[in-house]
Design a protein. Structure first.
Lengths: 196, 196
DNA sequence: ATAAATAACTAACAACCGTTAGCGATGGAA
DNA sequence: TTCCATCGCTAACGGTTGTTAGTTATTTAT
């Protein structure tokens, strides 16, 4: 075996995906070229294909990595013994932290998924629909138990997820506010709107 | 003068921009080609240039049309004699309605602005920053007057605008809920989080 | 040391990109 | 009828796209 390890504890494939995530976020998937990417990796464009199969494979990897991470977390939350309000707070906090800590990946999964080729596109959208449905179910459950106000659960899910995904525009503009402050402010606003 | 009017009461340039908005939304600005667009207009790609100057001119037109519409509305609201809470509700409702009625335009202005060439890009971002600042000022004013709870105004602006911009994912998936229901649900959630 | 595997390189392909040049058809104004 | 602006067309430009072929260099395993 030749070296499959780069300087850090990561495969070259992982390095490529990491650099790509930055590039895709900055320029958009369509406008980012493989020659662009290659330059950032420090290699010729053709050499990338020793590690990846195609440009869209990179996008697939990123999108499903993020989707799986959220889904795994949701399952843990669902299985936990918490009030529905607390469950929602846990989910909101994870979303905010993922957005702050894995900004590039989450951003791409949020904004560039339409460039996924079939059948991955359908797969991704199904997974997303299912995720939102299960979130809405938690809220509906909370309303039924009288823990939350009677709000349309789909609207709530929409507001919550969209609000968090909007942190990207904060990322670029308001480095002055700390991440912790943002998280607590946002949780407060979003959870307060759920309490009865 | 030859005919500058199309069948409806709109310039051919307007028809192009309308078709382009659909295309840009579906494929993204970068991935939508002029030949694509020409086909939808029913003309050869080169003929488009009898009516427009460049591909990015279309994007500029759309982005600034939307931005100006929002800015004009904001000025009207600022000048009105209303409680700050009512002002915010008016703004929120206009945003939701614009999103529902001019979906393609608003979506593009929200998501494709990064492909604007300079100096339009800086212009657009300045205008956006100014818009959000003035929104935050209204909220801060409301807090100072005791009409609203003491929430970080930038966080509130972020949550509100992002939540509304997320309606796009509802557009595609939940035609069952009426627009009116969505609007009232969303206003309720967002305004409720502001009340003290 | 030798063989095998891995990953870099150069060159090139076919397709597509936005855009321009130039030409013919059309239709209203004089 | 003559004139001229408008708008459609075809052809083509120079450049970029993702990707493959073929080859060489490098590293690891035996």
């Amino acid at each position: 075996m030749a070296k499959i390890q780069s300087k850090r504890n990561s495969t070259k494939k992982e390095v490529i995906i990491e650099k790509a995530s930055r590039l895709f976020r900055e320029k958009g998937f369509g406008a980012a070229s493989m020659r662009d990417l290659a330059e950032h990796v420090g290699v010729e464009a053709a050499s990338l294909y020793n590690h990846i199969q195609s440009k869209s494979e990179i996008l697939q990897t990123i999108c499903f990595k993020v989707a799986n991470e959220f889904m795994t977390n949701l399952e843990a939350v669902e299985a936990s013994n918490q009030t529905t309000l607390k469950k929602m707070e846990m989910i909101i906090r994870v979303h905010i932290r993922m957005m702050l800590e894995q900004y590039e990946y989450v951003y791409i999964s949020d904004h560039e998924w339409r460039h996924l080729p079939e059948p991955y596109l359908s797969n991704f959208l199904n997974q997303r629909r299912s995720y939102r449905k299960r979130l809405a179910d938690i809220i509906e459950d909370g309303t039924a138990k009288g823990e939350m106000k009677a709000i349309d659960p789909y609207t709530a899910v929409l507001v919550i997820l969209s609000a968090i995904s909007g942190i990207d525009s904060w990322q670029r503009s308001r480095k002055s506010t700390t991440a912790e402050a943002l998280e607590s402010n946002m949780v407060r606003y979003l959870i307060e709107g759920l309490k009865r």
